[in-house]
Design a protein around this ligand. Sequence first.
Ligand code: DGL
Length: 255
Amino acid sequence: MDDRAIGVFDSGIGGLTVAAEIKKLLPNEKIIYFGDTARVPYGTRGDGIIREYARQDCRFLLKRSVKAVVAACGTVSSVALDAVAAEADVPVYGVTEPAARYAAEKYPRGRVGVIGTPATVESGSFAKLLSRFAPECEVVSAACPLFVPLVESGMLSGEAVELIASEYIAPLGSPDALILGCTHFPLLAPVISALLPETELINTGECLARLLASELEPGSGGADEYYVSDIGRGTRELACRIMGGEVALITASAE
Ligand code: DGL
């Protein structure tokens, strides 16, 4: 038994989709969450800044009692996981590898799409892992820079969102599976699956939660803590919507 919390961070509130999956599978785990909402988005910035912000986010969690740190951010997992791991004296998990492994095992000779932030797609993180785990798998990817601001502003449906989504996704054709390579994107899953009705959408948080369940020593609960660096217009509503209930957000700075 290890009663320390699981520390989870993201550039914003998208990482709550990962926290929600962890809570679903591991209801007895306490979560300490940090969302850097004052500085979101990360995915359109250069690698140096993303790595610096990610280190600060990790240090914020390490000041509390955590048994593991989860980079619940496709961008950080793609370009800064080594920097985060170098900060931490507890295991660090990213969202890229568990999802790539799942896709590679299920579609070893299939066509797998990856969507993410520009930083994630340019890093080729998912494509590299997929070609390692399933060399015969064909990978197609697309950067979706407008998805994160849409989600953070609570705009999850409607004609404008559908139009933007189809602009990004149409060039991918109809892959067997599509990795939602940014943790904000599960919130747009209804719009995406309407465009790709035959494609399995892979939620990276779900894959990561299964990995945590198999590797972490179980805890016995405790009150979750949710910190954000800014409570913007609509932040609270979106956080509650993702977690399926009341979320008491606390403002704190990563620095
Ligand atoms: N949730 C983050 C991710 O998974 C969003 C990155 C951003 O802030 O642009 O990539």
